[in-house]
Design a protein around this ligand. Sequence first.
Ligand code: PBG
Length: 324
Amino acid sequence: MSFPTHRPRRLRRSERLRSLVRETPLAAGDFIYPMFVVPGKRVREEVPSMPGIYQQSVDRFLEECREVEQLGISGIILFGLPEKKDEQGSEAWAKDAPVQRAVEAVKKAKLDLVVMTDVCLCEYTSHGHCGVVENGEVLNDPSLELLAQAALSHARAGADVVAPSDMMDGRVGAIRRALDGNGFGDVAILAYSAKYCSAFYGPFRDAAQSAPQFGDRRSYQMDPANSREALREVRLDLEEGADMVMVKPALPYLDVLRAVRRSVNVPVGAYNVSGEYSMIKAAAGKGWIDERRAAMEVLTGIRRAGADFILTYHAKDAARWLAE
Ligand code: PBG
């Protein structure tokens, strides 16, 4: 029996009905807001390719954190720009570098935010790669020690969650051992497990000044054509002690997100990356797309595909729209 007995439109007749039967709720608490901290005082500079997103010194960053907290957003993830870069990326674990000071500042202000830090070397190395470089190659094992040191310094500053995004093999285990060996057994690891080598990180690399100075990241980030490999990466990260896993970018990888969601029991995050944000902002700026509707549709789609939480530059706008 079908039409006219069945009329799916009956349940779409009013917003009340639609909201009653809505399958995928979206809430401010689903979001983590990425933020960029820089050295100095009273610095607040908009990233040209990411309207609404700023590189800020710790004082200004803290002001924005209060706003983020008030909007009901669950937390922030921090990226830092160092005073100076070097071959090893040594400011990644410097006690007084912007990320470490920013973490201390939010914690001291007792804001109700989950404080996550991105653990990587690319913002800190002169060559812009995510690990140690020798003869033009990114070395895996020597990078682990440095990443673990960076994660440990974030934990010392007070981070709740450290999120390695470098894609070196074995980094989750190395970080877990460093944390546990130094009394930080309670600090959680969110692994960027299925992180693809993507063109959609372009605007972020302006924001974090982290573009590789030679070559690309194909020897460590994943090939966009692979999804079975994503499940393998996820499994390995969980074996090494990851508490949560993530798929990144989100939009071109919703199938991967769904597959990961089905294969694990831990929370799964998705990173709605810079390029995904900039596309909407640029098209909206030209009047070609309705920013609010497009962003909400994207965020809903990412949740529907299986993300428990979303790292997104739309977080503040979306939280405001949800509160209206
Ligand atoms: C660092 C890192 C990157 C992003 C998050 N962590 C850039 C990259 O891998 O090149 C991208 C985030 C975004 O595009 O919003 N490795």
